[in-house]
Design a protein around this ligand. Structure first.
Ligand code: PEP
Ligand code: MN
Length: 624
C-alpha cells in the first residue's frame, strides 16, 4: 500500500501514521515520487486502506497488489517521460540511442557520433568502463573515455550515455554524462542501484541476462525508492538454450512492461542478437511492438572494433534502418524525426529571442482534434498550443505574432489535398519549417451504451466523411459537416441525444468521455495525413532534406515540361506536384512542388538559376 501524503502534512500528523504502521508490525519507508511525500508500507495484510485515507494529512491510499510499488502503473497511471537534455524518452518520439560498444579513441568516437547524429540518433552511447567476460579483453578507457564522450556532447549537441560498473565511478559519470547505464550483469547489484538512485540522473537499466520481468522491475524499484524516477528500462535479450543468436530478444516484454509500469522501455537489438544482420529486423519489430526507443551499436569500421564489432551496424545500414522506422512509427502512433535535436535547438534559440517567454503553436480545432495531435507529436511539451477556429486563423496567428508556429494539414492519402491550405500558403508570406505525418484511424463515436442501430445523424469534418466513404455508404445516416472532429464529439455530448454520433479519433472520444461504437472505419487502413509546420522565419541550422516551392509558367506548349526538366536533368526527385487555379486568371495555374533537396543551400543555387529562366513566378515555401 502506498500512502500519498498531502503536501502540507505536519510532522506530528506524519509521526502518527508512522507509529500506527510500526505498532501494526508493518515494514515501511518514506519515499518521494516527483517531490510528493509517500509512505510505502507492506506487511500487515489486515490493514484497511480506507482507514489510512481517513487520517489527517493523507491525500490518498493506493493499494498495490504487485511486489514492485513505485514503478507500478497502479501508482502512476500516466506514462513517465524521462527528460534527457532536449530529448524526452517515453513520449511520441521514438528515441534512438546509437554509437559504438566502447569508446576506443577520440577519432573513432567522434566519427561515429557525426554519422549517427546525421542520420537521426538523439542520444550517443559508448562504454568507458566495459564489463567483459574475459579479464584480458579491452576494459575501456575509463576517465579518458568519459572526456571523449563529453567532447561528443559539445561538438554535436547530443546527450551521452555510458555504463557505470561500481559506485566508485559515481563522481566521474556525474561529471561527464547525461544518462547512466546499469548493465545487464549489474541489474541486481543492489548497492549500485541504490547509488544511481541517489545520484538523481536518468538511469538506463538493462534487463539481466536471466532476470524475470518482475526481478527487473524490482531493480527499478530500488532506484525509484531512492527518489530517482528517471528510469528507462532496456530489454537486451535473455539467455535461453538457442545458440543461433547471442541471446533471445524478448519482444513480448514490451506489452507486459507497458501494462505493469509507467516507465519507458527501449530495446537493444545489438546485444540481443549478436550479429548485425539481425539488428534491423529486430529494431523494426521493436518499434512495431510499441517500444519507446532503441539502443543500437554502430561503428564506422566494425571489423576493427575493440568490442562487439560483429553486431555493430555500418553507418549506412543505420541510415536505412532510421528511414524504415520513420515509415513504421506512425502506424503505432509515434514519430521518428531525423532532425529532432536541431529543431529542439532552433526552438530554444527562438525562445531566447522572444524574451524568454514560452513559444506558442496555433492549430485548427480543439483539444482532441487531429491537428492537436499533430502539434503534440511534433512539439511534445516544448510549446503551448493555441486553438483557432479556421485555417486562416492559423496563418493570421503566426503572421501577427500571437503564435510562433502553426500546424496545418496539407494532404491526406485517401481524400487528397486540403486545397484551402494550398491557397493560403500562396497568400501569406510564411515559411514551412517542418512536416509530420500521422496515421489517421477514424472511429464511430457515440454516447455510452448507444448501439449502432440507434444512430440517425453523424457529425464530422467533410474530409473525414470522404475517408470513411465505404463505411458510411452502408448506413442511412444524415451527415452534418463541422469544423473539426473534436468539435463533432463535443457537440454530440452537449446535445445529449443517443441517436447522434461523430466520426473522430480515439483522443476525442476519451477527452469527452464518449464511447467508440466502431473502431477503424476508414476505407483503407493506410490512411495518412501530412501536416506542415509554418513559422515567420526559417529555423536556423540542421540538415534540410526536403523543400516546397510554388511556381507558375507561361501559357505556351511545353512550359511546365521545361521547368520540371530542370529537376530531372539535375537528378532531383520530385515527391509531389499539385496545380491550383490562379484566382482571377481563369485556366491559369500555380504549380506546387515538393522535392528532395535543400533549395536554399548554396550548392543548389545554380539549379534554381536554371529554374528561374523557365518560369514566370517563384515562391520558396521552405526547406525542412
Ligand atoms: C552495453 O550496452 O555495452 C552492454 C555491455 O550491454 P549489456 O549490459 O546489455 O550486456
Ligand atoms: Mn556492446
Amino acid at each position: 500500500m502506498l500512502i500519498v501524503l498531502e503536501p502540507d502534512i505536519s510532522q506530528e500528523q506524519k509521526n502518527r501514521i508512522l507509529s500506527i504502521l510500526q505498532e501494526g508490525g508493518c515494514i515501511f519507508r518514506e519515499i518521494s515520487d516527483a517531490g510528493q511525500g509517500i509512505i510505502g508500507s507492506t506487511g500487515n495484510a489486515g490493514y484497511d486502506p480506507e482507514y489510512f485515507e481517513s487520517l489527517p494529512g493523507v491525500a490518498r491510499v493506493v493499494p498495490v497488489n504487485t511486489t514492485f510499488k513505485l514503478v507500478s502503473r497502479q501508482m502512476h497511471p500516466e506514462d513517465t517521460r524521462v527528460q534527457v537534455g532536449d530529448v524526452s524518452v517515453g513520449g511520441e518520439r521514438i528515441v534512438v540511442v546509437a554509437g559504438p560498444c566502447a569508446v576506443e579513441n577520440r577519432d573513432q568516437t567522434l566519427s561515429v557520433a557525426g554519422e549517427v547524429r546525421k542520420y537521426g540518433a538523439m542520444i550517443f552511447r559508448g562504454g568507458a568502463f566495459k564489463p567483459r567476460t574475459s579479464p584480458y579483453a579491452f576494459q575501456g578507457l575509463g576517465e579518458e573515455g568519459l572526456k571523449i564522450l563529453a567532447e561528443v556532447r559539445r561538438t554535436y549537441g547530443m546527450p551521452v550515455v555510458t555504463e557505470i560498473t561500481t559506485p566508485a565511478q559515481a563522481d566521474l559519470v556525474m561529471k561527464y554524462v547525461d544518462v547512466i547505464q546499469v548493465g545487464a550483469r549489474n541489474m541486481q547489484n543492489f548497492e549500485l542501484l541504490k547509488c544511481v538512485g541517489r545520484l538523481g540522473k536518468p538511469v538506463l537499466l538493462k534487463r539481466g541476462l536471466s532476470a524475470t520481468i518482475e526481478e527487473w522491475l524490482m531493480s527499478a524499484e530500488y532506484i525509484l525508492s531512492e527518489g530517482n524516477d528517471n528510469v528507462i528500462l532496456c530489454e537486451r535479450g535473455i539467455r535461453t538454450f538457442e545458440p543461433y543468436t547471442r541471446n533471445t530478444l524478448d519482444l513480448s516484454a514490451i506489452p507486459v512492461i507497458k501494462s505493469l509500469t509507467h516507465l519507458p522501455v527501449i530495446i537493444d537489438p545489438s546485444h540481443a542478437t549478436g550479429s548485425r544482420e539481425k539488428v534491423s529486423p529486430m529494431s523494426r519489430a521493436a518499434v512495431a511492438a510499441g517500444a519507446d526507443g532503441l539502443m543500437v551499436e554502430v561503428h564506422s569500421d566494425p571489423d576493427r572494433a575493440l568490442s562487439d564489432g560483429a553486431q555493430s551496424l555500418y553507418p549506412d545500414q543505420f541510415a536505412r534502418l532510421m528511414r524504415d522506422l520513420y515509415v513504421i512509427a506512425p502506424v503505432v502512433d509515434k514519430q521518428v524525426d531525423f532532425a529532432y535535436l536541431d529543431k529542439a535547438r532552433a526552438v530554444a534559440h527562438m525562445e531566447q529571442a522572444g524574451g524568454g517567454e514560452g513559444r506558442k503553436a496555433a492549430y485548427l480545432g480543439e483539444i482532441g482534434s487531429y491537428s492537436h495531435k499533430a502539434c503534440m507529436q511534433y512539439f511534445g511539451e516544448r510549446v503551448d498550443l493555441t486553438p483557432v477556429n479556421a485555417f486562416k486563423g492559423v496563418y493570421e496567428a503566426v503572421k501577427d505574432g500571437s503564435a510562433d508556429f502553426g500546424v496545418i494539414p496539407l494532404e491526406n492519402s485517401l481524400a487528397g489535398s486540403v486545397h484551402e491550405n494550398y491557397d493560403l500558403l500562396l497568400e501569406y508570406d510564411l515559411r514551412i519549417v517542418g512536416e509530420i505525418t500521422l496515421r489517421i484511424e477514424h472511429n464511430l463515436v457515440g454516447h455510452p451504451g448507444a448501439s449502432l442501430g440507434d444512430i440517425r445523424r453523424v457529425y464530422s469534418h467533410p474530409q473525414v466523411f470522404q475517408q470513411c466513404r465505404q463505411y458510411i455508404d452502408r448506413h442511412d445516416w444524415e451527415l452534418v459537416p463541422v469544423s473539426d472532429t473534436a468539435h463533432a464529439v463535443r457537440h454530440i455530448r452537449e446535445q445529449d441525444d443517443s441517436s447522434e454520433a461523430a466520426l473522430a479519433g480515439r483522443d476525442a472520444a476519451r477527452i469527452f468521455e464518449m464511447e467508440i461504437l466502431e473502431a477503424g472505419i476508414e476505407t483503407n487502413p493506410r490512411n495518412y495525413t501530412r501536416f506542415v509546420v509554418i513559422a515567420r522565419e526559417p529555423l536556423a541550422g540542421g540538415e534540410k532534406q526536403k523543400s516546397s516551392l510554388i511556381f507558375s509558367t507561361g501559357n505556351q506548349p511545353g512550359s511546365l515540361f521545361e521547368a520540371l526538366k530542370v529537376f530531372a536533368d539535375n537528378g532531383i526527385n520530385l515527391v509531389k506536384l499539385e496545380s491550383r487555379p490562379i484566382h482571377g486568371k481563369p485556366w491559369e495555374y500555380m504549380f506546387y512542388v515538393d522535392l528532395e533537396a535543400d533549395v536554399e543551400a548554396e550548392d543548389f543555387a545554380p539549379v534554381m538559376a536554371q529554374l528561374r529562366e523557365k518560369i514566370d513566378y517563384l515562391k520558396v515555401l521552405g526547406s525542412y
